[in-house]
Ligand binder design. Structure first.
Ligand code: ADP
Ligand code: ASP
Ligand code: MG
Length: 424
């Protein structure tokens, strides 16, 4: 007997037929004698719809400002998961399985106060563990918890992955299965590059980079939690026949295992390519080249919660003036420009220029630590396709390249093939 947390994403619970299919996956594990907790997302498209309603309401109510209260945003957008948790509990009960739904506040899953992007602080798993011991399946609404202000808080987009891994850690589950619409983690997004290959295993470090550089198959925070709490996490498909051979395999279920580097026998130099669209670049021209200038720029941006990513500074010829270029999410450009303008006197720049519609393509691999020339290969491959590079950042295990957004898919495919990831 094992204890298993099963998470089902939006497309897996998109309609009643799919919810029935999910219930069959759950039934398989229950009938194998396991204790099961299930975490569900909202039906696909539902969260987007709810977010749009929230955004449109102030204007519809006659306000001049698009401002809305983050607590009420959470009250609205958390509702999608409430629906699917109840529906799955009903589906399971209809199939003769003892099941009960749980909202974040009922467990409770305690979070911090960052409404809209809250972090899980603590989970009291005792009642769920007790009920699982009695053979009851817990069907938990993902993406939500209870803030210190006693109000519903949501965990940021894609947050049900994090709910699942956190619950798995809290109930000391033997395994956390993230069921989605692809059958594992691929060398790149299989929807962009059909030649992408499924990986049997991927290390926590690489998955963390892939997730934070744009591969939305797992939310970044879920990978962090899996790494810290050593949760055995698999990414697998909900669309396969729940009763196909091997689906109930306890140690080697079909899919991709996220695990320690040591568990991976044949480590490639490059394991994956990630991409993020909707990046924008801001350049501050003719800045005074003096100590404190970076702090004067990035301090106020951080206070405004603007996520700055790549930063490039040029040295000027005579050393007195410089240009600073950095990237922010496209949606934050206007806000960033306003912050910079408000601090223009203290920063001391001539003009601020911006360009939206860029993309960041990244090459990831632990093997880069011990191999030279990995970056050069990417630059050459992109040059051969005539793709211009706007900025580059590197770390021990990744290279990120900023390009025109129109070329993102071509760049992904080009790099995927340049590093031999197409070949099995
Ligand atoms: P869910 O609704 O189940 O949480 P998501 O849409 O959040 O599903 O994540 C699954 C999607 O992630 C896939 O449909 C795929 O297009 C995308 N994806 C991006 N990069 C990868 C990758 N390297 N491997 C697998 N899927 C990826
Ligand atoms: N429903 C939420 C979202 O769309 C959470 C999730 O699916 O993980 O972001
Ligand atoms: Mg997701």
């Amino acid at each position: 007997m094992a204890r298993i947390v099963m998470k089902f994403g939006g497309t897996s619970v998109a309609n009643l037929e799919r919810i029935h299919n999910v219930a069959r996956h759950v039934k398989r594990e229950v009938e194998a004698g396991h204790e099961v907790a299930v975490v569900v997302s909202a039906m696909s498209g539902k969260t987007n719809e709810l977010v749009a309603w929230v955004q449109d309401t102030p204007k519809a109510a006659g306000a001049n400002s698009p401002f809305y209260d983050a607590r009420e945003y959470d009250a609205v957008v958390a509702s999608g998961e409430q629906v699917t948790s109840g529906l799955l509990a009903i589906a399971l009960q209809s199939m003769g399985i003892n099941a009960r739904s749980w909202q974040g506040w009922q467990i409770p899953i305690r979070t911090d106060n960052a409404h809209g992007a809250a972090r899980i602080m603590e989970i009291d798993g005792s009642e769920i563990i007790r009920r699982m011991g009695e053979g009851q399946v817990a069907v938990i609404a993902g993406f939500q918890g209870l803030g210190p202000d006693n109000r519903i808080a949501t965990l940021g987009r894609g947050g049900s992955d994090t709910s699942a891994v956190a619950i798995a850690a809290a109930v000391k589950a033997d395994r956390c299965d993230i069921y989605t619409d692809v059958d594992g983690v691929y060398t790149t997004d299989p929807r962009i590059e059909p030649k992408a290959r499924r990986m049997k295993k991927v290390s926590f470090e690489e998955m963390l980079e892939m997730a934070s550089l744009g591969s939305k198959v797992l939310q970044v925070r879920s990978v962090e939690l899996a790494m810290v709490f050593k949760v055995r996490t698999f990414v697998r498909s909900s669309f396969e026949d729940p009763d196909a051979p091997g689906m109930g395999d306890l140690l080697n279920p079909p899919g991709t295992l996220i695990c320690d580097e040591e568990e991976i026998v044949e480590q490639e130099v490059v394991t994956g390519i990630a991409y993020a669209k909707d990046e924008a670049q801001i350049s501050l021209r003719r800045l005074a080249d003096r100590p404190g200038v970076s702090a004067a720029i990035f301090g106020p941006l951080a206070e405004a919660h603007i996520n700055v990513d790549m930063i490039v500074q040029n040295t000027s010829e005579d050393g007195s003036r410089t240009d600073m270029t950095f990237t922010v999410p496209s949606g934050d450009v206007q806000k960033a420009l306003k912050v910079l303008d408000d601090h223009k006197a203290t920063i001391g720049f001539d003009v601020a220029q911006s360009e939206s519609g860029l993309a960041k393509v990244s090459v990831i691999g632990i093997g880069m630590r011990s191999h030279a020339g990995v970056a050069a290969l990417a630059f050459k491959a992109l040059a051969e396709k005539g793709i211009n590079i706007k900025a580059i950042t590197t770390s021990e295990i990744k290279i990120s390249i900023l390009i025109d957004g129109a070329y993102s898919e071509l760049a992904v495919r080009t790099l995927h093939s340049a590093y031999g990831l197409d070949k099995s």
